[in-house]
Design a protein around this ligand. Structure first.
Ligand code: PGA
Length: 254
């Protein structure tokens, strides 16, 4: 973490929690993070829980993010949700290009190149996820993959708005596996992602926030969050319980 960039810890619930379960979670979380000054905190929740979570977090330090959106303002896209549908609910931001969406649901870099600017235009903070598979890492293709994702997905973002994007570096082999990247691997990849943004705009490279994601837990968070180019975490499994998520938020304050 570097001075000037506000640490950002986001919990990605994926397809977990009904509204009733989400309400239970948030009543446990809010007292635990109420004094987490200097850290931005978000929960990324299923569409069905967005409205309830926005209402339950009003006036608190927790922001509410969606986990996907469509790039078009409206249209014949059954099952999809637009940016305006999210902002109408006072949702703060949206996760875009999570590896599960890329790998399981065919999310493409071409679509993401439209989604990221569409989210910004609507007033949503995009968390753009990038990362390599184990085979790509073993094959020495990590940097090429990250370059392709970052450069394609950010291509249509106006330069003066680049720094508003949050990028989550999530090695796919570390997601949900308990196999966390080493601090060296996380720092190297996040620094590389920052250099790619700096290649588009030097000021944006210095200002953009880069999260690490992939098996972040209370016992490894402090070490990861202390890294120079890691400005926060995108947390899956450990974000489902208030105590473990709050412990990771606390680690970002150090
Ligand atoms: P994990 O998931 O923390 O359970 O590995 C991270 C993510 O998918 O964002």
């Amino acid at each position: 973490m570097s001075q000037g960039r506000i640490p950002f810890v986001a919990g990605n619930w994926k397809m977990h929690k009904t509204v009733a379960e989400a309400e239970m979670f948030i009543s446990g979380l809010l007292p635990r993070v109420s004094s987490a000054d200097g850290v931005d905190v978000a929960i990324c929740v299923p569409f069905t829980a967005l409205g309830a979570m926005v209402d339950s977090t009003r006036g608190s330090r927790a922001q509410v993010f969606a986990q996907n959106m469509h790039q078009a303002p409206s249209g014949a896209f059954t099952g999809e949700v637009s940016a305006a549908m999210l902002t109408e609910l006072d949702v703060h931001g949206v996760v875009l290009g999570h590896s599960e969406r890329r790998e399981l649901f065919g999310e493409s870099d071409a679509a993401l190149a439209e989604k990221v600017p569409a989210a910004l235009e609507a007033g949503l903070i995009p968390i753009l996820c990038v990362g390599e598979t184990e085979a790509e890492r073993d094959g020495g293709e990590t940097e090429a993959k990250l370059r392709r994702q970052v450069e394609t997905d950010l291509a249509e973002v106006p330069r003066e708005r680049l720094a508003e994007v949050v990028i989550a570096y999530e090695p796919i082999w570390a997601i949900g596996t308990g196999k966390v990247a080493t601090p060296e691997q996380a720092q190297e990849a996040c620094a590389f992602v920052r250099s790619l943004v700096a290649g588009i705009d030097a000021d944006a490279g210095a200002a953009i926030r880069i999260q690490y994601g992939g098996s972040v837990k209370p016992d490894n968070a402090a070490e990861l969050l202390a890294l120079e180019d890691v400005d926060g975490a995108l947390v899956g499994g450990a974000s489902l319980e208030p105590a473990s998520f709050a412990a990771i938020v606390e680690a970002a304050r150090a």
